[in-house]
Design a protein around this ligand. Structure first.
Ligand code: GTP
Length: 365
């Protein structure tokens, strides 16, 4: 992560194409939902990238609108070989955009077994991809009938839920109301910030899933509140979810996920924060599933947005101004595995304090 705050937002960069990552466990209904979405006018000019697990891809045969904008990324799991394929597919697509091909949006459908982190990292690390695209959001589908059992058995499924910006419950027609409400509570505990939606046979309004990033395609100014949704962590969720399981059966995977929001009343020193994030992500990359934040930095009038997945951080973005009526406190949302709130908060405060002291000494000298 850079040691100095960003100087300008965007400059001459072309309008980046939003990328939605569609994930969810095997058979959760991703292809069904995608097929419905692609029929909607809001998804005209959308390119679809499909990742397959296994030698021969079949899913692309099921995506009905198969044309030049659907690319199949097969031969392996995204965590390994496919990352290169994804970069190549996005680069090839960027060339076509340059040539005037109308592509306003990209949807990446992941294999049901995938840990979404490598895809998010790819979107945040390759320079050309970073230049041309922006991650709009992660949409995670959860099967109402089998979701609880899958979350019990598969840690990747828990990660998919934890990093989501939108959670979509599918197949509620196959589950009892009790199953649905228990799953609902469990998803809420794992990820308090993501709106919970329902889709029967893939039926959902695209608006509910798209434009959940910092920038909305139709709005000029970033909608910080919507993006960060810090309030969701504040309302009864201010503490660690590892200790918050009275309304559903604690499970060893769920208990390892800790999601919380830290707030800071005073402006933070960028040096201390950046150094601490570097230390944290270098030593605990596997534990840092996702970090999002709006920062009030010392010596900086404008808010700065940061966004990271494991050890990779998107370049920080200086926003135009604080939202109207905002209390201008720094807010940092963390979604972690096997790393608790107290450790993170203590480290951050210590690094911030040390940076302040160093600045004071430098100022005297
Ligand atoms: N009853 C019911 N079936 C659904 C619903 N949504 C999807 N399905 C069915 O569930 C099955 C799996 O759906 P897919 O869309 O292929 O799931 P997927 O997530 O793409 O599956 P993988 O690619 O194997 O990970 C299909 O037979 C769908 O018709 C729903 O809301 N209710």
């Amino acid at each position: 992560m850079s040691q100095s705050p960003p100087s300008a937002a965007g400059a001459t960069r072309p309008e980046p194409v939003p990328v939605t990552v569609l994930t969810g466990f095997l058979g959760s209904g991703k292809t069904t939902l995608l097929n419905r979405l692609l029929r909607h006018p809001a998804l005209a000019d959308t390119a679809v990238l499909i990742n397959e697990f296994g030698e021969i891809g079949l899913d692309h045969l099921l995506v009905e609108r198969l044309d030049g904008d659907t690319v199949l990324l097969n031969a392996g799991c995204l965590c390994c070989t496919v990352r290169g394929d994804l970069v190549k597919a996005l680069r090839d697509l960027a060339v076509r955009i340059e040539q005037g091909h109308a592509i306003r949006r990209v949807v990446v459908e992941t294999t049901g077994l995938a840990d979404p982190a490598p895809i998010l990292q790819t979107l945040m690390s390759d320079p050309l991809v970073l230049y041309r695209y922006r991650l709009d959001g992660v949409v995670t589908l959860v099967d109402a009938a089998t979701g609880s059992a899958t979350l019990d058995a598969q840690v990747e499924a828990v990660k998919q839920v934890a990093v989501a910006d939108r959670l979509v419950l599918t197949k509620s027609d196959l589950a009892t109301p009790e199953q649905v409400s228990a799953l609902w509570a469990r998803l809420r505990a794992l990820n308090p910030g993501a709106p919970l939606l329902n889709a029967l046979h893939g039926d959902i309004e695209p608006e509910a899933l798209l434009d959940c990033g910092l920038y909305d395609a139709t709005r000029k100014h970033p909608d910080v509140r919507r993006w960060l949704d810090a309030e969701a962590w504040a309302e009864g969720h201010a503490h660690d979810h590892g200790h918050h399981h009275h309304h559903h059966d604690a499970n060893r995977h769920d208990a390892r996920i800790h999601s919380f929001c830290l707030t800071f009343d005073d402006p933070l020193p960028w040096d201390g924060l950046a150094t601490w994030l570097e230390v944290l992500t270098m030593t605990r990359a596997e534990s840092v599933l996702r970090v999002k934040g709006i920062l009030n930095l010392e010596g900086e009038d404008r808010p700065v947005a940061i966004h990271g997945v494991q050890h990779l951080f998107h370049p920080p973005v200086k926003l135009e101004r604080w939202p109207e009526g905002d209390d201008r406190r720094s807010r940092l949302v963390f979604i972690l595995r096997d790393l608790d709130r107290a450790t993170v908060e203590k480290g951050l405060r210590a690094f911030a304090e040390s940076a302040r002291q160093q600045a004071a000494i430098a100022g005297q000298g």
